[in-house]
Design a protein around this ligand. Structure first.
Ligand SMILES: [Zn+2]
Length: 273
C-alpha cells in the first residue's frame, strides 16, 4: 500500500474505527495513522524518515501499543479480546507517553472484543485521555456494540486509497439508491437485471459498492436517508459477498442474496406501521 500522508493529524479522531477490504490492509492503514501521530516531521505525516517513523515502521515505537487477541498455551490466538486486556489498556493510557507527544493504542481485530471488553472500553472512547488515540481495526464494524460505534469516527482504508471507476460508481450508486428507497420489488428488478455479470465485473462491483457505502458511513457522501446502522449492516453484507465472490460464487447467487438481504426487515429498520 502506498504511503498515505496527512497534512493535518487533527483529521484523525482520538477514537477511530479503521475499516478496510481485508485485515492486512486495515492493519497497514492503522499503522500509518499511528506513525502519523508520533511522527516528528514538520510537513505531511508520516514523513517516513524521522526517528519516530523509522521506529514505527520497525514496530518498536514505545508509544504505539498493540492490543491483540491473547494466545492460549499452545500458541494459538484466542477468539476474543478479553475485558482484562481493555482494563490494562485503560490504566496504561493514563501514563504519559515515552518519547512522543502522543500515545496510540492499535487494537487488532477490535471486532473480536467480547461484550464485557467493549463495555469496559466505552468510557475511554467517550473521553480519551489527553494525547491518547485509540485505533480500532475492525473488518466488520457491525460486530461492535452500537454504543462503541457511536463514540468513534470511522476511517475507511479503501476509499482513501483509490479513485473509483466512474462507470462502476454509477452502477454501485444505482444499487445503493434501490437499497435506500426500501422498495423490495425495485431492488429485486435491479438485482435480476445484473445477474449475468461475469465474476471479474462482479468483484469490481462489490468492491465499489462497499467503498461507496463506506463513504456514506464516514460522512464523505450523503446518506440519502439511510441510517448509520443500516449502512453498517449493508457494508457488512457487501463484505460477506466479496468473500464469497473471491471463492467463485456466481453473480446469480450473490445478486439473489442481495435482493433478499440488502433491505432490512421493516421491524429492524424501525418503520412505523
Ligand atoms: Zn516522521
Amino acid at each position: 500500500m502506498a504511503l498515505q500522508q496527512l497534512e493535518d493529524i487533527r483529521q484523525i479522531a482520538q477514537a477511530t474505527i479503521v475499516t478496510a477490504p481485508d485485515r492486512e490492509a486495515g492493519l497497514a492503514c492503522a499503522e500509518q495513522l499511528a506513525a502519523a501521530l508520533v511522527c516528528q516531521g514538520s510537513g505531511p505525516r508520516p514523513c517516513g524518515v524521522c526517528r519516530a517513523c523509522r521506529k514505527a515502521a520497525a514496530g518498536i515505537h514505545p508509544d504505539i501499543i498493540r492490543v491483540r487477541r491473547p494466545e492460549d498455551d499452545k500458541g494459538r490466538q484466542k477468539k476474543e479480546i478479553q475485558v482484562d486486556q481493555i482494563r490494562r489498556m485503560a490504566a496504561d493510557a493514563l501514563v504519559l507517553p515515552n518519547e512522543s507527544e502522543r500515545k496510540v493504542y492499535l487494537v487488532e481485530d477490535a471486532d473480536t472484543m467480547n461484550t464485557a471488553a467493549q463495555n469496559a472500553a466505552l468510557k475511554l472512547l467517550e473521553e480519551p485521555p489527553r494525547g491518547v488515540w485509540f485505533l480500532l481495526c475492525a473488518g466488520n464494524p457491525a460486530l461492535l456494540l452500537p454504543t462503541v460505534r457511536s463514540r468513534c469516527a470511522v476511517w475507511s482504508a479503501r476509499a482513501e486509497e483509490q479513485e473509483l471507476d466512474p462507470e462502476l460508481r454509477k452502477l454501485a450508486e444505482g444499487f445503493l439508491r434501490c437499497c435506500a428507497g426500501g422498495d423490495r420489488a425495485e431492488l429485486l428488478r435491479w438485482c435480476a437485471g445484473h445477474e449475468d455479470m461475469d465474476n471479474r465485473s462482479l468483484s469490481a462491483f462489490l468492491d465499489c459498492a462497499a467503498a461507496c457505502t463506506a463513504e456514506r458511513i464516514t460522512g464523505r457522501a450523503g446518506t440519502e436517508g439511510m441510517e448509520l446502522r443500516e449502512l453498517l449492516r449493508l457494508h457488512a453484507l457487501l463484505e460477506r459477498c466479496r468473500t464469497w465472490a473471491r471463492v467463485n460464487t456466481g453473480a446469480r447467487h450473490i445478486f439473489g442474496l442481495l435482493a433478499v438481504d440488502a433491505i432490512a426487515d421493516e421491524e429492524i429498520r424501525g418503520v412505523a406501521h
